[in-house]
Each structure stands twice: as structure tokens, then as C-alpha cells.
Design a protein around this ligand. Sequence first.
Ligand SMILES: [Zn+2]
Length: 163
Amino acid sequence: MASGRDHDKATRLWSLPFGLILGLLLNPANGLIGGFAFAIGGLWLSPDLDTQSRALKRWGILKTLWWPYRKLIPHRSVFSHGPLIGTALRLAYLMVWCSLMLLILQPLGLPTPLNMAQTLIELLKREPQAAWALLLGLEASVWLHLIQDGDPLPVEWQRWRHR
Ligand SMILES: [Zn+2]
């Protein structure tokens, strides 16, 4: 299994080529979005947020947001390291926190979670390619992480395979 340092190094190394390829396939702006998403996916939204990791430390005081996630999800389980599932769950988890914060900060005149969701959906409808570039970047960084770990299958699947 690769160390946190190895994961960081590979993320930094592959962000630019990934963004360039995506830029050629889609357009430069979406290549930039995809490259940034790749870096963010590897350095901040890593599958290793399910354990004490460098990615977790990067959140600074906000790392406490990931405490329930770490308690609920065993390290290297399908829910953090599963292709598509891991990214989907982390994004959903962040959205729950954002919704909670918006609710708490309602007295300051911030939009309601429902308004925010509607704005987000409109944005995704207006810029579908950018949304795909973002999701592809996040997910590709997870695949790099899994490939580096040597076995792209999360622990549960390995157990199932050996049954
Ligand atoms: Zn990992």
C-alpha cells in the first residue's frame, strides 16, 4: 500500500497531464476545472479521509467535520475506497454539512439549503461539461489512489472474492 506522501506526489504529478488531456478532449476551461478537481480530489477529498491521513490534516480545524465519517466508515472499506461510491459518498457527506451550516447561518441571511440546491442544479444544467470535468477529475484521482495502493478493490470486495 502506498504512503500518504506517495499519494500526494502522484496527485501533484498527474493533475497537470490529466487537466491537459481533458482540456484537449473538452475545452481549455474544462481542462482547468478537471485538473483542479483532480488535485483537490487527491489532496483534500482523498479516500484516506477514513483514517488519520495527510489529506485529513489539510482540513486544519475543519478536520473535525470528518470525525463522524471516520467513525462510521472502516479504513479502506468500499464506502471510502470504492470506485464511484467513495466520491459520491464524500460529496453527499459534504453537502449534508453545508446544508447544516446554511441552516445554522440562516439569521445572517444566507440562502436556505433548498435554494442552494436549486442554484446548484441550475448551474449543472447550464454547464454540464464543466460538471463532468469536475466529477471526472475527482473520480480519476481516486482511481490513481487505488492503483497506487496495489489492489484497486476495497477490503470488503477482497473478502468476498476469497470466499
Ligand atoms: Zn487509501
